[in-house]
Every structure is written in structure tokens, then in C-alpha cells.
Design a protein around this ligand. Sequence first.
Ligand code: PLP
Length: 465
Amino acid sequence: TTGLLPNQDSQLSAVSDDARHVLHPWADLSSLGTHESLIISEAKGVHVVDGNGKTYIDSIGGMWCVTLGFGREELVEAIADQARRMAYYTPFGDVSSEPAAKLAAMLSERSPGDLNRVQFATGGSTAAESAVRIAHYYQKSQGRPDKIHILSRRNAYHGGTYLAASLSGKLADRTLFHYETDIVHHMKSPGFDPDISDVSAEAFLADLIDDMERTIAEVGADRIACFIAEPIMASGGVLVPPPGYQKATLDLCRKHDILYISDEVVTGFGRLGHFFASETRFDIVPDMIVTAKGLTSGYQPLGAVLISDRIAAAMSEAAPKDKPVFSNGFTYSGHPVACAAAIANIEIMEREDICGHVRKVGPYFIDKLKALRSSPIVYAVRGDHLMACVECTVGMETGPTARNMALAQRVDRYCEEAGLLVRPYENLCILSPPLIVTERHIDSIVAILGASIERAGKDLRAGEI
Ligand code: PLP
């Protein structure tokens, strides 16, 4: 015998072990210990299979991260080869590994401007925090010790560690935890939807810039270290700023010597059709770019901050002579196996022109989804290439009211029943499929989502929601 339990038994024991022992990120604490998790056991391409053998289309890309799809032998081999050859050695000080060094060079080649220095982290949160710490170090090294404040936005998401969670501005996530509030300032959320807005994009943008100018004046430019921003907000509800926003905010940062950190954890690595969206899509060359998720196509945990030569050189020149140590980083910074996965990921992305594919299917995806706006329970459909969301409403009021959220949950449930996984958040169904989705997959995703919306709409009319 293999010693393995039959599939059904291992599924049951996974559900009960999970309920008994695992505290999940964003768990529902009211059902801790009794929750029945969906156990995903196998996956191939854009499909995942649960422990009961039911297949779903994964329109979440794992968690915005599985870009090349599941079961890529080449990625698996790259991981196994590196693990066999040299699984791990310290990255501290002046010890390195071939994969980490090679990946840093590959990232530098593909990043905008002079972003040629890479500090590896373990994921998006640790990379975002590292970027802010670098901003602090830089400002202090330049003789500006008071420049420690950080500008962020409402609805932002930058991660789950203490400072990253404090930078995040999603009200739904503000719970009984403690948050750093002394040095973090949340400005207006930049989401603009031309389909439903009653003001023009220009007026909306002017208001955002006005708000930023006001915040800078209130806090004091001589006290602000950096601004951190996703080019398009992902977890906050796929919020797309009005045209010109990224450039206008960069200009303000330049004017006040505030470092600009572009958090491309979601928008990078092909989701908007480019390795990095900052310059190609939004015409900005920031001081730092934060990347993670699609960096390894989700096959290994890894994050990185790409830092401009200007900042790195300034830190190096100004570091105290008696203590020049850059004391930030992690045991698993640039883990060789994760870096090997990222290298293979980039090689496949280029060989298969994944970015070109996204530029082709992305607009098709958004167009198809927009047709769902004809349903009376769909308030908005927004997105860009392969990040999108559908916002549900019972019709009386918009936003995350209890009934709107119940309605969206009903849509999610019907999708799941019909073999489609979407990411539920408040009254939104969020979609970020693997970048390898074809037009045929997109047709299936939209057909199932559309049918589920229709079913939920009938329930609503029957007074069941
Ligand atoms: N930044 C952005 C824009 C994200 O969407 C996320 C995760 O969703 C993070 C940072 C945090 O990444 P991680 O969960 O890998 O720590």
C-alpha cells in the first residue's frame, strides 16, 4: 500500500483538521472551529479541483497570483532542480546565490528608468514595508530625520503586517487590531468610473490632486517621506483612477521631495499587459516598485522592491562610516528556490508572449463583462485588462450595505455551484483570472457569472434576499 488515505477520507480529515487547527487570513471568527473550508486538491491550467473531484474555473488566479496557470512542468522542474542543487543559503551581508543574482539582473532589465537595485522580500507585505523603511533610511541619510510620514489612500491594500496593514485603507479590514496612525495619512480614494460618475474625469482628478496638496500642506512636506500607491487598486475593489492621476501625483511628490512607491504587486507581471505598468501604462517612473504574486506565478512565495540607482547610491554615500549596515531583510529574502521559479516564470512569459496575449484578451474580457450591466442588480462593472469586478446592488442604494453584500454572496454561491470561483468582497465579485485565459474560457466565465446574477436577481424579486 502507499499509506495514503483514499481521496474521500483525506478530504474529510483535511476539512476537520482545518476547522480545528487553522486560523486563516481573513477568517470569519464567528465560525472558528465549525467552518467547512473548500479544500482544493489539484489544479491544471485555469482549472482547480476540490477534494470531492468537482472542477472549477479559477477566475481569481489563486489570489491574483497564478498567472501562468497551474501544473506548469517547467516551473516545477526549475523549482525541483534548484532545491536539489542548493535549497537555501543565507542572503545576509555579502553572501548570495546564482538565482537571486540572476533574477535581480532580469528584474532591473525589465523595470523602468534607473530602478536597477533589488531588495528581495518574502511576499508583497514584506516588500511594501521594506520600501517604506528604505524611504525612511534614505530621507534620514540625506539629513532630513523628520521626513517619516507616509501618504496612502483610503481603499488601498498593501498587506497584512503591522505597518502594511496600517498603510491599507480598507474600512472593512479595520477591526480590533491596532494600527499605526501617527505617521500614516490616508487621502481620498482615487476610484473613478466613467460609466456611473456624475462628474467629469477632469473634475474628479482636480479634486484628488487638491486633496493631496491639502494633505501635504497639513502634514508638512518637510515631514513626509513617501507616497505609496497601487496604480490601480486591486483588493480595495478594482478602483481605477481617472486618466493622468498617477502622473499628477508623481509630479506633486517630485515637487516636495516625497519618494513615490508604486505597489505593483497586482498590476505587475502581466496583469495589465506589461511586466510593469507604472511607465508603460501610466507614464511614471517611480523611485521604487514593489512586486510579488505574479513574480513567481504563485509557485513560490517571493517579493521584491526595485529601487532606483539614485536612492541606492545616496544611501550608500551617506551611510554612517562607523555603522554602514543596511539592517533590513529576511532569512528568506531572495530564497534560491523562489528565485529559480521567478526566472523560469519570466522566461516562459517572454517565450509565450504572455503580455501580448493579455493585451489581446484583456479588452475582450472587460467588454464581455460590461454587458452584464444590463442586469438590474448590477450597479457597475469596472476593470482593466485581467483585473475586474462586478458590483451588485439591490437597487435602492449602492455600496456595501448588508443586503447588497447578501446579494453578492448569493451570486458567488451560485457561481461556485456552477463551477466558477470568483473572489467575494463586500458587494463585489472580483475577477483576476490566470493570464493564460483564452476567449473561450472568458466566454464560460461570463456565461456562468451572468446566469448566477440572473438567479440571484430572481431570488431578490421573490423576496428571498
Ligand atoms: N500589495 C498589494 C497591492 C496587494 O494586493 C497585496 C496582496 O493582496 C499585498 C501588497 C500584500 O502581499 P502579500 O499578501 O504577498 O504579503
